[in-house]
Design a protein around this ligand. Sequence first.
Ligand SMILES: Cc1ncc(COP(=O)(O)O)c(C=O)c1O
Length: 426
Amino acid sequence: MFDDTNSKAMYDRACTSLAMGVATGFRRAVTPVPLYYERADGPYYYDVDGHELLDYTLAWGPLILGSNHPALNRAVTEQVARSYTLGAQHAGEFELAELMVEVLPGVDQVILSNTGSEAVQAALRIARAFTGRNRFVKFEGHYHGWFNNVLVSCHPDENEMGRPAASCGGQPGHEFEDTLVVPWNDLPALEKAFADHPDRIACVLAEPILANCGSCMPVDGFLEGIIELCQEHGALSIFDEVITGFRLALGGAREYFGLTPDLSTYAKALAGGFSMSAVGGRRELFDVLRDGRTIHAGTYNGNSIGVAAATATISTLREPGLYDRMHRHGHTIRETIEKAATDRGHRIVTSGAGTVFSVHWGVDAAPSNYAETLRADHETYRKFRAAMLERGIQLLPDARWYVGAVHGDAELEKTVAAVQESMKEI
Ligand SMILES: Cc1ncc(COP(=O)(O)O)c(C=O)c1O
């Protein structure tokens, strides 16, 4: 049995003063108890019960370089001695912007903020100010942060599907009355939304791979279809690249799929574990900020530490061949899971890319939308995850895996063996 005695004690103590015991609602889903850690190094986390755990959560995405990375440490510690945050300008801001413009295809300019949720709100506001329209389309199952206008139909139950539904309490309907919801990979449904709301839709917001829900890939032509329909109807296309940015490729989904939406949002892997986000896109779209049609603000925008971390992270990720290596690592794990499961008579498929993917138990085909992800057997995955933890490998509770530059051959060997052994136990 995995010993979590000290984690349990800490969780109990945390629950008396920290409202949820954890700092983010989603972390409560970690079973049997949220673990507590002393430190992390490279791809390993060290918990308070003495375990060394090989990590494929990457802190839900950001730790693409792992922890305690020399280049990132150097950049941040050198910056700490110069300034934390200035509430004013410094060269680091435009140097980071120049770097992002260089590596992100079709991005002429960026704005900086601190979290993915903020970047999404900034992109929506730009789209609304630019088009003079209020409504926008999102897709069922897609997560774009925790604010009321986008936390809509993220995990709807069967009665809530097919219409915009609040994803938690405290979300008054009027705060998402301009949010239209369409099933992922359903171009006719998107066409219908445009037909039903002529000249009213400011933008279409999408995770280019539905990483937050089963890593559902876009079917052929779907992303192109979004961009074309937006162009046809005078709306903006927005890729929410908070997960896919700097993860699918250095240039994110734009590079990976060879597509240029109007705007993209970035966070997570952008700064390797430090708080930093951005919106990038065509220059003219940012006119709305320059000419005062709307504003973008934030006390910590462009803070020195986040900027230094982002610049060091992107510079490190430029190493030739790095993304191929990361994808290969992930694909080897996917193939191992599929083969080990099939050999033991399980039905299993994996979906997504090499650097972010999901495992679906008890189904024969990769899901193509939110509704199809509901068919998977989550209970068996829970057992598999527990068996992996017993073998010193930690995974996210939602069957999603993150692979980073920090995962090397030694980690792959360990993971392949653990997958094969864990499968025998299920
Ligand atoms: C696609 C996507 N957009 C936005 C967000 C919100 O980012 P943050 O948690 O940094 O506010 C997330 C977070 O997981 C995300 O996955």
